[in-house]
Design a protein around this ligand. Structure first.
Ligand code: ADE
Length: 250
């Protein structure tokens, strides 16, 4: 997968050199580039912002550097097809006013050929950029959650990690992706390792029994209890007869 991030702080993305995603990049599974928006300015001060029309606090990102930067990451000649054309690269705008990012969206995005992230700072990017971009990209505003970060970069790092680890070959044992929180709509069950007694605390006996049916039932119950306690709104999606999520066939 090709991923481009446009930002005024490309160095924030240096962390993608390490760990599993660093290895995935070395192996050619992930082709990631951070582009400095200031490289697409034309004045000596490399200005990327200006005061907002209509007044108000803060600064707004100027449209022209964004247009030039976005043009530079287009795969070839842009088509003039409608914005739902799946062959167009997906332009993701990290913003607290976007669609909320979750595991289902991460999985859908992991099948894309190219993702472009436009990391805004200050009060945001001139709105006309999105209109201009809509015949070259499919444009998707995405929020990490209901809180405000100083810019999109940290949100994009989280999204790249969540998406990148779903690309086949990135995580060594694909089975470890199956029983994770949110994959089946529930939170993950608790896990334990040796020793079976640690500082007077015991591992639940059923896990030492070797009875796989009992262990599976114990884990399912633990998932349901934990989800009900921590994320009661997710339980509403669970079919009581099967304990599966209503929209999943697990
Ligand atoms: N930029 C600032 N806050 C954000 C958030 N919550 N999610 C995504 N991008 C953001």
């Amino acid at each position: 997968m090709r991923i481009d991030a446009i930002t005024i702080f490309p160095e924030i993305f240096n962390v993608l050199d390490v760990s599993l995603l660093g290895k995935a990049r070395e192996a050619g599974l992930l082709n990631f580039t951070a582009h400095n928006l200031r490289d697409f300015t034309t004045d000596v001060h490399r200005t990327v912002d200006d005061s907002p029309y209509g007044g108000g606090a803060g600064m707004v990102m100027k449209p022209e550097p964004w247009a030039l930067a976005l043009e530079s990451v287009l795969p070839g000649e842009a088509t003039d097809t409608a914005d739902e054309d799946p062959s167009l690269p997906l332009l993701i705008i990290p913003t607290p006013s976007g669609h909320v990012f979750n595991q289902q969206l991460a999985r859908a995005l992991s099948h894309e050929k190219q993702l472009v992230f436009a990391c805004g700072r200050y009060e945001g990017i001139d709105e006309r950029v999105y209109e201009w971009a809509s015949d070259k990209f499919r444009v998707l505003p995405v929020s990490l959650g209901d809180y405000v970060l100083n810019g999109g970069e940290v949100a994009v790092l989280a999204m790249i990690e969540a998406i990148g680890r779903l690309i086949p070959g990135v995580v060594g044992n694909p089975e470890s992706l199956v029983e994770e929180s949110h994959e089946d709509g529930l939170l993950e069950y608790p896990v334990y390792t040796k020793p079976s007694t640690w500082r007077d605390l015991e591992v639940p006996e059923v896990l030492l029994s070797g009875n796989h049916g009992k262990i599976a039932r114990f884990r399912r119950e633990a998932q349901l209890t934990r989800t009900a306690q921590r994320r009661p709104e997710l339980i509403l999606d669970i079919d009581p007869a099967t304990t599966n999520r209503k929209d999943r066939d697990l």
